[in-house]
Design a protein around this ligand. Structure first.
Ligand code: SF4
Ligand code: SF4
Length: 87
């Protein structure tokens, strides 16, 4: 690479984050004691029992989990979909 040429910026090299890395931030931050990562899994599996187990009824849809998620996962949207599907 010659002088004056710059490397691609990091955002062009790094793959976009997509997967849950099991960091636990969504659980730590939840003011209601729900488990957003588990609820996302319940939404992906369309599993109402899993949704109950991870506290679907506790969630107030504040959005804090989605803001905290380093993988940028659409946690609140998934939870809303679960509520529409199973309630
Ligand atoms: S949106 Fe629901 S699961 Fe996420 S932090 Fe708020 S109350 Fe908890
Ligand atoms: S914050 Fe995101 S990456 Fe971390 S455990 Fe929750 S869903 Fe997974």
């Amino acid at each position: 690479m010659g002088k004056g040429q710059s490397q691609s910026p990091a955002w062009q090299i790094a793959p976009p984050p997509q997967s849950c890395i099991r960091c636990g931030w969504c659980v730590i931050i939840c003011p209601e004691g729900a488990h957003a990562a588990g609820l996302l899994e319940a939404a992906q599996q369309q599993d109402p029992e899993l949704a109950d187990r991870f506290g679907l009824d506790l969630c107030n849809e504040c959005g804090d989990c989605a803001l905290a998620c380093p993988s940028g996962l659409p946690l609140t949207a998934a939870i809303r979909e679960l509520k529409v599907s199973f309630r």
